[in-house]
Each structure stands twice: as structure tokens, then as C-alpha cells.
Design a protein around this ligand. Structure first.
Ligand SMILES: O=S(=O)([O-])[S-]
Length: 102
């Protein structure tokens, strides 16, 4: 079984409509995150990742967002290895999300 699942923008929208349990982590740099991000997402970086993992509810779905959907795949695998049960990588990343929502 693959460590993470690819998620489309539409699937993310449905997922967040159906459940308030979805956690969204954005691994882009802080300035990009400040300039715009998906509602309720957390900017995950080297400084806060261990704290995030320690505090997280690993039973809740976790969606990883990057710029274009490439680096989120490695991060999603890593987070799955850390114990998250259901990890998703957002295909197209924030750039696809912002296009779809503009
Ligand atoms: O963030 S990215 O690896 O998709 S360019």
C-alpha cells in the first residue's frame, strides 16, 4: 500500500465540506504562506514539525500542500512514517488550488 494518496483540488473541497476533522499542512516558505494559503492550513517548517507531530491527532486525515504538488509527496511519505494513518498529497499544490479558487 502506498504511503500516501494523491488528492485533487475537487477531492479536497469535498473532504473539507464533509468533515471538519481534516488537517491541512502547507510546507511552502513562510512568505508564500503569508501571501496566501488554504483556509485553516498550518505552515509546517523545520522549527515546528516535531511539535506538530507530537500534538497531532494521527487518526485524522492529513493533507500536505506545497507549491506544485511535488515536494508534498516526500513530506506526505515522511508524515505517514511518523504515524499518520491517512495522508494525502495535494496534486498541483497551492498554485492549482489558487487557480481553482480565483
Ligand atoms: O513544491 S514543488 O516541489 O511542487 S515545486
Amino acid at each position: 500500500m502506498s504511503a500516501f494518496t494523491h488528492l485533487s483540488i475537487n477531492q479536497l473541497i469535498h473532504m473539507t465540506q464533509e468533515s471538519s476533522d481534516v488537517q491541512i499542512v502547507d510546507i511552502r516558505d513562510a512568505a508564500s504562506f503569508q501571501a496566501g494559503h488554504i483556509a485553516n492550513s498550518i505552515n509546517l517548517n523545520n522549527e515546528n514539525i516535531s511539535h506538530f507531530i507530537a500534538d497531532a491527532d494521527m487518526d485524522k486525515p492529513l493533507v500536505v500542500v506545497c507549491y506544485h504538488g511535488m515536494s508534498s509527496q516526500g513530506a506526505a511519505s515522511y508524515l505517514h512514517e511518523q504515524g499518520f494513518d491517512a495522508v494525502y498529497s495535494l496534486d498541483g499544490g497551492y498554485s492549482a488550488w489558487s487557480l481553482a479558487n480565483s
